[in-house]
Design a protein around this ligand. Structure first.
Ligand code: N15
Length: 262
């Protein structure tokens, strides 16, 4: 592949290491997202080995809820990643527009995340840092996890995102080792946020958020639109002891998911 194979479209997002553009492969007319990384930036931070590993991993993953990496090419100053195009952009755009999601939407996205993570864990990959800014929607509104390990700050991202502790599990915040169960904690955070529009431990400062996480200081707003089963699932995921969190396999058979996810 080379740049001459593509017509470049509008920018989709920009980040520390480069920008993402809508693109169309000329022969097939296939629409994709072309991410441009500058070698100077990647080398300056010594990220080439990590990038190569990420690319190897990402290109072996094939799952309906994981954004595809179709290939890559480069010239002497840039590296180009050919990524799946997600027609409805960031899930965050939907959440910020609507304030919160319906129980059906929230359950559907949590089920999709659980499937994508279970697939990754089967392949012994756990460092898919499931952060909201890594969640995209395709043209049918299906969730796609894109590992934005390269911090793409796209246009309508919430600016509290960078550096926020909101999504970090206690063992991460305390800088202990983390395993698969850190992802189920994050799913608890996301489920709460999908339903109520704000993450459970949100606070003015990072330190306050840290304190709240360590004290498990969260509660449910008395909103009528959230069922008892939904809160039950959040309670089973937001458990301080990683070994006591609901395992991924149990999420997909939780009554609230079974009833609401489609
Ligand atoms: C190999 C290693 C470095 C990881 C490879 N994965 C990534 O680079 C993660 N990544 C995905 C993107 C990305 C960003 C935006 C989009 C979009 C997209 N569609 C949109 C529709 C409307 C508004 C914004 C949109 N962004 N589709 N596919 C994308 C892919 C940026 N970085």
């Amino acid at each position: 592949w080379g740049l001459k194979d593509f017509d470049i479209g509008r920018p989709l997002g920009k980040g520390k290491f480069g920008r993402v553009y809508m693109a169309r492969e000329k022969k097939s007319q296939y629409i994709c997202a072309l991410k441009v990384l500058y070698r100077s930036q990647v080398e300056k931070y010594g990220l080439l080995p990590q990038l190569k590993r990420e690319m190897e991993i990402q290109s072996t993953l094939e799952h309906p809820n994981i954004l595809g990496l179709y290939g890559w090419f480069g010239d002497d100053e840039r590296i180009f990643l050919i990524l799946e195009y997600a027609g409805r952009g960031e899930l965050y755009g939907l959440l910020s527009k609507k304030g919160h999601l319906t129980e059906k939407q929230a359950a559907t996205y949590i089920a999709s995340l659980a499937k994508a993570l279970a697939y990754c864990h089967e392949k012994h990959i756990i460092h898919r840092d499931i952060k909201p800014e890594n969640l995209l929607l395709d043209h049918e509104g299906r969730l796609k996890v894109a590992d934005f390990g390269w911090s793409v700050q796209s246009s309508n991202k919430r600016h509290t995102m960078c550096g926020t502790l909101d999504y970090l599990a206690p063992e991460m915040v305390e800088n202990k080792g983390h395993d698969y169960s850190v992802d189920t904690w994050t799913m608890g955070i996301l489920c709460y946020e999908f339903l109520f529009g704000v993450p459970p431990f949100e606070a003015e400062t990072q330190n306050e958020t840290f304190q709240r996480i360590m004290k498990m200081d969260y509660s449910f707003p008395p909103t009528p639109h959230v069922s008892v089963e939904a809160k039950n699932l959040v309670r089973l995921l937001l458990v301080k002891d990683p070994s006591k969190r609901l395992p991924l396999s149990k999420i997909l058979v939780h009554p609230w998911i079974v009833k609401n996810a489609d």
